[in-house]
Design a protein around this ligand. Sequence first.
Ligand SMILES: Cc1cc2nc3c(=O)[nH]c(=O)nc-3n(C[C@H](O)[C@H](O)[C@H](O)COP(=O)(O)O)c2cc1C
Length: 177
Amino acid sequence: MNLADFLALAERRCSVRAYRPDPVPADILQDVLRAASLAPSACNRQPWCFVVVSDPARRRTLGMAYDREWFWTAPTIVAVCVAPASAWTRPYDGKNYAYVDGAIAMDHLTLAAAAAGLGTCWIGAFDPATAASVLALPDGWEIVAMTPLGYPSPESAPRVRSRNPLGQSIVRERWQA
Ligand SMILES: Cc1cc2nc3c(=O)[nH]c(=O)nc-3n(C[C@H](O)[C@H](O)[C@H](O)COP(=O)(O)O)c2cc1C
């Protein structure tokens, strides 16, 4: 893959909010999860786990934490979870990197899914207590984000991408307003 291929992949990934019910083939799901597990993490602590929910009844229950039909009717939901106690903490200020590590893993997952023609959508606006209870998360684990995973349905036409002009986000040498 060259840079143009990577840019095309980054362009192709977008938030999908309508899914076909067809299941994600097991080998593709495995590869997408492997891509997530290849993410870098601070001090290589890999403080994550990926909870895969395919059972329709369990998905419906998980929908109590984020009640959008397109979320819980997608054939699979993946929750990226982290255990902050096992993540690296920066000694200068005590900043724990668990959520950074989990976010990178999720980003690998979403890009790998896009490469496989699958749709994803970061979900952060869920009720964490309800989701943790449905997933039976042990103490010390937190859900960074969830995503539905499945083939986009035809009605999920990609919306026009809106991003701030690149120049607005690049700071050279030192901060300037
Ligand atoms: C941390 C995070 C949390 C998000 N939470 C939600 C969410 O709860 N529900 C939702 O529909 N989209 C959610 N999104 C998707 C964003 O709305 C979306 O990424 C953004 O509008 C850009 O669109 P794009 O993903 O199609 O490029 C979230 C994205 C991120 C990165």
